[in-house]
Ligand binder design. Structure first.
Ligand SMILES: NC(=O)C1=CN([C@@H]2O[C@H](COP(=O)(O)OP(=O)(O)OC[C@H]3O[C@@H](n4cnc5c(N)ncnc54)[C@H](OP(=O)(O)O)[C@@H]3O)[C@@H](O)[C@H]2O)C=CC1
Ligand SMILES: O=C(O)[C@@H]1CCC=N1
Length: 274
């Protein structure tokens, strides 16, 4: 499968790195990226072809992945408008709606509809991503399978029932790694405050999150039951969890996810006006 990325930043690099690592031929991957340094890095790291603008070779792909920032999308698509000939287009942009992408990509009066919205996350780089997908209703089973094949190469996939749900996917798992890194930072800071050096505190924090996530993923017990199994009556964990509850962190996290979802909707509405 020939695949071209429009935009070669953080998320495109995570997807490309994960795909190449998992046996996707680098020769079949091209990147259209404005930045000369970013292009050179992609060529050096992954052996892909990187160009500054979408030439005929770049558009001679089966799958085009839109991986520029939402605010950059309309301008990035302008040179492609009306030039696509049936390629499956996968947008990974937060918020942007299929109808607006289709309008920007199509010819006047003829919106492009072979479109799938996807929301991956950066653990794709190590094949441990999770991606939500939603296809325009006109995309056939072959198109849906092709989108799923690309994203399944770098982790697991979940189909959303409605396009609206993509803003929720973005808020939970797209942005989610940042919440987890923030948690690791806090646990590491606690380790430092309790006398460990940086390396020791970081190792304790990261290995705890890694081990707990692996245990949760492989266990028949729910996360709540696993938590209870750590929490001895009258013990240390109970003291920590009571302190966390008093700080309202559980509701704070739910509010944070809702804020991310609202921002996704806002981006879609704001940017789609044009
Ligand atoms: N980062 C993440 O964890 C995730 C991001 N996403 C989505 O992925 C998309 C990209 O995000 P991210 O990788 O973080 O952003 P980056 O800014 O790292 O990557 C975007 C890249 O596209 C380049 N670019 C801008 N305009 C054009 C153009 N017209 N043609 C070609 N290249 C262009 C940018 O160059 P320059 O820097 O010079 O502007 C930049 O290198 C976003 O839409 C985001 O919503 C989705 C899931 C997770
Ligand atoms: O922060 C963002 O907007 C993007 C989308 C999900 C993760 N990063």
């Amino acid at each position: 499968m020939k695949i071209t990325f429009l935009g070669g930043g953080n998320m495109a690099a995570a997807l490309i790195g994960g795909m190449v690592e998992r046996g996707f031929a680098a020769g079949g991957i091209q990147v259209v990226e404005l930045g000369a340094e970013a292009r050179a890095r992609l060529v050096e790291r992954f052996g892909v072809r990187a160009v500054a603008s979408a030439d005929a070779a770049a558009l001679g792909c089966e799958v085009l992945v839109l991986a520029v920032k939402p605010q950059q999308m309309k301008a990035a698509l302008a040179p492609l408008a009306g030039r696509l000939g049936g390629q499956l287009v996968i947008s990974i942009a937060a918020g942007l709606r299929l109808a607006d992408l289709g309008r920007w990509l199509g010819a006047p009066g003829r919106p492009y509809s072979r479109l799938v919205r996807c929301m991956p996350n950066t653990p794709a780089l190590i094949g441990a991503g999770v991606t939500g997908l939603y296809a325009d209703p006109s995309v056939d089973a072959g198109g849906r399978e092709a989108a799923e094949r690309v994203l399944a190469a770098v982790g697991s996939t979940v189909w959303a029932a409605t396009e609206e749900q993509m803003d929720a996917v973005t808020a939970i798992s797209g942005s989610g790694p940042a919440y987890v890194f923030h948690f690791i930072e806090a646990l590491e800071a606690a380790g430092r405050a309790l006398g460990f050096d940086e390396a020791g505190a970081r190792k304790l924090a990261i290995e705890t999150v890694l081990g707990a996530a692996r245990l949760a993923a492989g266990s028949e017990d729910s996360p709540a039951v696993l938590r209870e199994k750590v929490t001895s009556k009258g013990g240390t964990t109970a003291a920590a969890l009571a302190s966390l509850a008093a700080s309202g962190w559980h509701d704070a996290l739910i509010a944070a996810v809702r804020a991310a979802q609202a921002r996704g909707r806002e981006l879609g509405a704001e940017l789609g006006k044009d």
